[in-house]
Ligand binder design. Structure first.
Ligand SMILES: Cc1cc2nc3c(=O)[nH]c(=O)nc-3n(C[C@H](O)[C@H](O)[C@H](O)COP(=O)(O)OP(=O)(O)OC[C@H]3O[C@@H](n4cnc5c(N)ncnc54)[C@H](O)[C@@H]3O)c2cc1C
Length: 393
């Protein structure tokens, strides 16, 4: 068990051996990984020290105070928040050693090839096929809404390997090389004007069996690791008090006294309190995540995050009146990072609409909370024991 003093000593040694001002950014991040200070709750040798997750804040604060570079999580959120915990939980030793370091350092961007035109909320209905061919799998199908596919080097992918099995049991989980000639990425433009996400066509894509995560046919269980982490990663990011969306509207409120009314003041304070409660609930959730395996409670965090982001960004547009209706720029871009609170009030308002869809819609998360947190009876399902190929589509 690593304690605070030991962590601080290690962090200071890293800074002394690799002074941030004189060290190349990538070299510094690699050295940080090798010192076990990347994600302290990860195993020794894989960027961590087997320490309690809550101690990461101690390292981060010390490094930030010394002006050390970070790994720019907004560019590699899918890798950090979803691919890494899945690789850690289900990958072989070779897979962990190959992928985790460049992922954390940010040298290799990851994306998530899960959703399909016919499989979103009902993800287990997916139709992309993977067929075994010698030491490889050959993948054909179409994915959609794939954030960062245009910058990604690797993807986490789920595909159907047994159409005769019921839908949840015939799926296998892979790491897919986005530079394979069979991968075609086309931009999809969003309500914001940007194309953060894409549709991805997979034609004869070859994946070595060594890049399978978990057993053949067990991909649905492996995907649960990804999905539970995704919800925490979207809804439970660590933010300072009055950070995130509430910080934006509070700043406008302070800077523009002429816009204030009593009614807006009351609503702002309501949202401020809700945002602070959500932030503190996130802190508590993170402290519970000792082993890095979040449960369905993360779905409640993500629900609250989406509801608050939409309400608060709406209030900001209202506060700004006519000005709030202006939209800075609607030029088509393919951004390198996902930014929920960037640009202007109009962007924030429009981007927040996706918060109740991405990572599981709010309706689906309500179902998860009802069934798996509150223990209420599940929705009736008649497709659990039927072969996937016999289901109506
Ligand atoms: C900004 C953004 C980024 C995304 N990035 C990615 C990505 O990188 N990779 C990826 O794989 N996917 C990504 N997605 C896709 C996202 O996961 C899906 O859009 C989402 O799961 C919903 O699926 P769907 O769009 O097919 O909607 P559907 O599942 O068709 O849902 C349509 C409506 O029906 C409701 N509904 C469906 N089932 C139920 C039910 N059982 N009970 C009650 N209501 C229900 C839904 O809540 C929704 O309102 C992204 C989406 C967005 C918006």
């Amino acid at each position: 068990m690593t304690d605070v003093e030991e962590l601080l000593a290690r962090t200071r040694k890293l800074l002394a051996d690799h002074p941030p001002a004189d060290t190349d950014r990538t070299d510094f991040l690699r050295a940080r990984f090798d010192a076990g200070l990347a994600w302290v709750h990860y195993p020794v040798g894989l960027g961590g020290l087997d320490a309690p997750r809550a101690l990461q804040a101690v390292v981060d604060a010390e490094l930030a105070a010394a002006g050390a570079p970070d790994n720019d999580p907004r560019k590699i959120g899918i890798g950090l928040g979803m691919a890494a915990p899945t690789v850690l939980a289900h990958g072989t030793d070779e897979v962990k050693e190959r992928f985790l370091r460049p992922l954390w350092v940010g040298e290799e961007v990851w994306c998530q090839l899960f959703s399909e035109p016919g499989a979103g909320s009902d993800l287990a209905a997916l139709a992309t096929r993977a067929v075994r061919d010698g030491e490889d799998w050959v993948v054909d199908g179409q994915k959609v809404w794939t954030s960062s596919a245009h910058t990604a080097r690797w993807a986490i992918l789920i595909a159907r390997t047994d159409p005769d099995a019921p839908k949840h049991r015939g799926i296998t989980y892979f790491v897919c090389d986005m530079t394979d000639p069979g991968v075609e990425v086309r931009p999809l433009r969003q309500i914001t004007g940007e194309a953060e996400f894409n549709e991805v066509f997979l034609t004869g894509v070859r994946i070595p069996d060594a890049h399978r995560l978990g057993e053949v046919g067990d991909g649905w269980r492996v995907a649960q690791t990804t999905l539970m982490n995704e919800r925490v990663s979207i809804g439970g990011a660590r933010i300072p008090r009055e950070g995130g969306m509430i910080g934006k509207v509070a700043a406008t409120w302070r800077a523009r006294p002429e816009l204030r009314t009593h009614e807006l003041h009351r609503r702002l304070l309501d949202h401020w309190v809700d945002a602070e409660v959500a932030r503190l609930a996130g802190e508590r959730l993170r402290q519970q995540l000792v082993a890095g395996r979040p449960g369905p409670e993360g779905s409640a965090m993500k629900l609250a995050f989406a509801r608050l982001n939409q309400a608060i960004s709406g209030l900001e547009v209202e506060l700004l009146g006519d000005e709030g209706l202006l939209y800075g720029e609607w030029e088509m871009r393919r951004p390198e990072l996902v930014d929920f609170t960037g640009r202007d009030a109009g962007y924030r308002y429009l981007r927040s609409k996706g918060n109740s869809i991405e990572g599981g819609t709010s309706e689906v998360l309500l179902n998860i909370v009802a069934e798996r947190v509150l223990g209420l009876p599940p929705e009736p399902r008649n497709d659990k024991d039927v072969a996937w190929k016999d289901l109506a589509r």
